[in-house]
Write a protein that binds this ligand. Structure first.
Ligand code: UDX
Ligand code: ADP
Length: 475
């Protein structure tokens, strides 16, 4: 594409972010907090979501993240705005972040592997139509390698129109924040990655981050390297989890303890201690999607061995979820039909209300299929979300429909445990680390089981209270 020659006035004062989700919302809140001289407008087609971001009660924000309410409280109305007026915000912006959803395609070519880029395309078209003057367009969403090419093609098509002053530069600036620690990840990032071809645009975006990020942490690459780095980082992280989960199963079979193994290998400075916690399998909106995307791209380029290698990380993750559901059924004498199982935690990890690809969805669906009644408690996930994820509405156990293959939401672990045969911990919420074992045992049926898929509970205390205990990776 032709990029306008004169970028002398690339000083950014007005930013628009398309997409007010788990990435766009927190990221823009931190930028606006750290750059009070800017106007940052986050826009979304979803009016309900925007209304929630504007809610005076900061505890009702649509994204739960520790510390986010304070950041939004400081910046909102000063440098941070949430709006549904997408075109107006694009028109007045010098820089537009594309932070829309890019889920895995569910149909057509590449279904189940390739990313669905319809929202990226739609937002790029909106930018092409509504932008004025020179606009830097920044890919924030995780995207398949070479998506910037498509964004550039859409934008350059609009450049040839009547408004000759309309020009664009496209950058890739993938977000590495993890949910649950988004605010601290954004405030103190390991690195900021900027990929692009236009040095002036790259420096304009770098100068934004330079308000709070040390210069040596701002990395510059070409567009393709930047896009591929995000997929690779997520593939490596997910691979570590599948690796430790495979060893967890081996530990259970042989009498070793995966936490000892993780500690022993994690002290090797080449391996490092983080991301070695075995669990019910990785969830979240990124890992599976990005690996499947990598697999799809490798197949496209004829790299079938490389595709098969990465595909196995997802296969092991699926197996881990299935194996936990099967194990629960086996230990409960081969049947859970009509039995109440207390499920503690539904979010894909602690400190978030996000359930996308949560292992709990697959494990609960398998147990419902076996006829269990699930009494689910999660500190942040509402019943409406669980109903969407499980594909069925809640039914109280006392109702005729509420016996086999049903679920209900409970306000506390105690309420969930009442009359249950088993407790199943699926999310590592802090509150689940110190449960009142004697009190729980007193309200459950016997023999009472603890299935701890995160290995966070005090197993000795549970055993002392009379529980049979299984913990992931502990033989
Ligand atoms: C991930 C990447 O970490 C982040 O850099 C990227 O921007 C988006 O994807 P996120 O999915 O939000 O972030 O959370 P993360 O902490 O990576 O956890 C992903 C999944 O792995 C969760 O289900 C978590 O429970 C699981 N996990 C993580 C483990 O089972 N064990 C671990 O040791 C770490
Ligand atoms: P992420 O985790 O990547 O932030 P989310 O699904 O939480 O993903 O958020 C993406 C947001 O982008 C959604 O709120 C969705 O409504 C919004 N969105 C998607 N397409 C558009 C568009 N063309 N214009 C405005 N908002 C959009």
């Amino acid at each position: 594409m032709t990029i306008s020659a004169s970028h002398s006035s690339l000083g950014i004062t007005n930013i628009c972010c398309i997409g007010a989700g788990y990435v766009g919302g927190p990221t823009m809140a931190v930028i606006a907090d750290r750059c009070p001289h800017l106007t940052v407008t986050v826009v979304d087609l979803n009016a309900e979501r925007i209304a929630a971001w504007n809610d005076p009660d900061l505890s009702l924000l649509p994204v739960f993240e520790p510390g986010l309410d304070a950041v939004v409280g400081r910046a909102r109305g000063r440098s941070l705005f949430f709006s549904t007026a997408v075109d107006e915000a694009i028109a007045s912006a010098d820089l537009v972040f594309l932070s829309v959803n890019t889920p895995t395609k569910t149909r057509g070519a590449g279904a189940g592997r390739a990313s669905d880029l319809r929202w990226v395309e739609a937002s790029a078209r909106q930018v092409a139509a509504a932008a004025t003057g020179h606009t830097i367009v920044v890919e924030k969403s995780t995207l398949p390698v070479r998506t910037a090419e498509a964004v550039k093609a859409i934008l350059s098509a609009s450049q040839g129109g009547t408004d000759s002053s309309k020009t664009f530069s496209v950058l890739s600036n993938p977000e590495f924040l993890a949910e649950g620690t988004a605010v601290s990840d954004l405030e103190n990032p390991d690195r900021v990655l900027i990929g692009g071809e236009d040095p002036a645009a790259i420096e304009a975006l770098a100068s934004l981050y330079a308000h709070w990020v040390a210069p040596e942490r701002i990395l510059r690459t070409n567009l393709w390297s930047s896009e591929l780095s995000k997929l690779t980082a997520n593939a490596f992280l997910a691979q570590r989890i599948s690796s430790i989960n495979s060893i967890a199963a081996f530990c259970e079979a042989t009498g070793a303890d995966v936490q000892d193994v993780a500690r022993a290998i994690g002290t090797d400075s080449r391996i490092g201690p983080r991301f070695l916690q075995s669990g019910p399998g990785f969830g979240g909106s990124c890992f599976q999607k990005d690996i499947l995307n990598l697999v799809y791209l490798c197949q496209h380029y004829g790299l079938h061995e490389v595709a098969a290698y990465w595909e196995q990380v997802v296969a092991l993750n699926d197996w881990q979820k299935q194996r936990i559901a099967r194990l629960v059924v086996q230990r409960l004498f081969g049947t859970v039909s009509g039995k109440r199982i207390a499920v503690l935690g539904f979010a894909f990890k602690a400190d978030t209300n996000d359930t996308r690809e949560a292992p709990a969805i697959h494990i609960c669906r398998d147990l419902l299929e076996e006829g269990a009644h699930l009494a689910i408690h999660d500190p942040k996930v509402p019943a409406t979300q669980i109903a969407r994820d499980l594909g069925q509405a809640p039914q109280h156990a006392s109702s005729a429909l509420g016996r086999d293959g049903s679920w209900e939401l409970c306000d506390s672990p105690m309420e969930a445990a009442n009359g249950a045969d088993a407790l199943l911990i699926l999310t590592e919420w802090t509150a689940f680390r110190s449960l009142p074992w004697p009190d729980l045992a007193a309200v459950m049926r016997r023999p009472s089981w603890l299935f701890d898929a995160r290995a966070i509970a005090d197993a000795d205390a549970a055993r002392a209270a009379g529980f049979q205990v299984w913990q992931v990776g502990r033989g």
